[in-house]
Design a protein around this ligand. Structure first.
Ligand code: PFF
Length: 457
């Protein structure tokens, strides 16, 4: 059985990371993205602060880590794209080939997520340019708010930055694992951490720091709603890049003897630290300036610029902040594109370059629909009252990612790890196996089922 799986791997001549450290950086790069720096602070703000953070941390430990272990372990065991990982293992376990459908769910999610992710990443490019040129200097709060409203109302500007961001992503992925993804990750991740530490240190000097600290870490459960709990669950999934094969395909470039449990914990801890540090960098600014933390998605694009422009060295820290947002988004975007490229390339045997540019163009086109939702096509509703952007977000975050995650955890525990030979391929040590089995095989599916059910209602 093992031989069969190995020979398949050789046929596909699958790439490998140059070291475990690089894999860690790339996986952390995938996890750390707009989810941590843009979305986490604003959902904390919308859901009342500390109690929400606590629930989120529970979700990361109870659901996120076990599913992350399953995804990386499955990828590493077959060393192929997500679809053939499912089908090869299903065959080896004499299970139904329909399991491969979960691989396809991941591929479809990749197309859809990247299209709207790139639009938001484009906003960070716009604001990076704004801070470099100091365009908002001297503007009052109203003008700063209008700037963002006007950005959303201008399809051409949104299109420009969406195109630039997609082009950057495609150009990196087209060059492959070692020449493209590794080269970018190796310098961008350390820079990201340094900038974040500097921003947090800066924030500690501000008047609003202690209020921000209490806001994030003192739990007031009266502010927590059922909705908040479910948002925390869904976000733990999105932030760890689970459910669409990104971690699976990154795991597939690991050597077979790599221990996955320890690496998964490191990835989850780093991702959580970045989210909390982003909160500790952003909220002190907001509170010092006397703004509210509850402004939703515009927190980073209206409240933050407002606060920065009123503070010493605001321009410098604004540039640092939006550059941080850009590299975080880029290292995640490449991991969203990679599973799709790896699947289509292995399936068609066309050149990686061609496949990446082709897929990039399709994703770009869907993204055009997403950005028009803010202006010319704001009346176009796809799912219920949702515009194109919201529909893409809803279908992926509330349906496809939980479905993909459910498939991964049930498949890993109840199919693959049932057979001694395939269980061995997962490489989860005997001491950790029972805990992982309960958390990935029972707790995670129940929790994911609840999220999916809620998402559909
Ligand atoms: N984890 C990324 C973030 O927090 O922004 C988003 C993401 C990346 C989701 C890769 C899914 C994925 F496969």
């Amino acid at each position: 059985m093992k031989k069969k799986i190995n020979s398949k791997k050789q046929k596909a001549s699958h790439s490998q990371w140059s070291s475990r450290g690089v894999f860690l950086l790339a996986a952390i790069g995938s996890a750390v993205g707009l989810g941590n720096i843009w979305k986490f602070p604003y959902i904390v703000g919308e859901n009342g602060g500390g109690a929400f953070v606590l629930v989120y941390l529970f979700c990361i430990v109870l659901v996120g880590v076990p599913v992350l272990i399953a995804e990386i372990a499955l990828g590493k065991s077959v060393q192929s794209n997500p679809v053939s990982t499912f089908s090869t293992l299903a065959m080896a376990c004499k299970a139904s080939r329909f399991w491969a459908l979960f691989g396809y769910v991941g591929i479809v999610s990749g197309f859809l997520i990247l299209s709207f992710y790139s639009v938001v990443a484009g906003w960070s490019l716009e604001y990076l340019q704004v801070f470099i040129q100091n365009d908002l200097l001297g503007s009052d709060a109203r003008a700063i708010e209008q700037y963002f409203t006007q950005l959303l109302a201008s399809p051409n500007t949104l299109l420009l930055w969406h195109s630039v961001f997609m082009l950057l992503t495609v150009a990196i992925v087209a060059r492959g694992i070692r020449k493209g993804i590794e080269k970018i990750i190796i310098w961008s991740m350390p820079i990201l951490f340094v900038i974040l530490v500097i921003l947090v240190l800066y924030a500690t000097q501000l008047e609003g720091f202690s209020k921000a600290f209490d806001y994030l870490f003192v739990a007031d459960f009266s502010k927590l709603t059922t909705d908040g709990v479910l948002i925390a669950l869904g976000h733990s999934f999105f932030t760890l890049s689970l459910g669409m094969g990104a971690m699976m395909v990154y795991g597939s470039y690991l050597q077979k003897d790599t221990p996955v449990v320890k690496l998964s914990f490191i990835i989850a801890i780093a991702d959580t630290l970045v989210a909390l540090m982003a909160g500790l960098a952003i909220f002190p600014l907001i509170f010092t300036y006397g703004l509210e933390s509850t402004s939703g998605p515009s927190l980073l694009f209206i409240s933050l610029p407002n606060a920065l422009l009123s503070l010493p060295f605001g321009q410098f820290f604004g540039i640092a902040f939006f550059f941080l947002l850009l590299i975080a988004a880029l290292s995640s975007a490449i991991s969203i594109l990679e599973p799709v490229v790896s699947f289509i390339q292995q399936k068609t045997r066309l050149s990686r370059h061609f496949v990446t540019y082709l897929i990039g163009s399709i994703v770009w086109l869907i993204g055009v629909g997403a950005l028009l939702a803010f202006n010319d096509w704001s009346d176009v509703h796809l799912l219920g009252q949702r515009n194109i952007f919201d529909s893409l977000d809803y279908v992926t975050t509330s349906i496809l990612l939980p479905l993909g995650g459910l498939g991964v955890s049930i498949f890993a525990v109840w199919v693959v790890s049932k057979q001694p030979n395939t269980r061995q391929l997962l490489g989860i040590s005997d001491s950790k196996y029972p805990i992982w089995r309960i958390s990935a095989g029972i707790i995670a599916p129940i929790v994911i089922g609840v999220i999916a059910w809620h998402g559909l209602n």
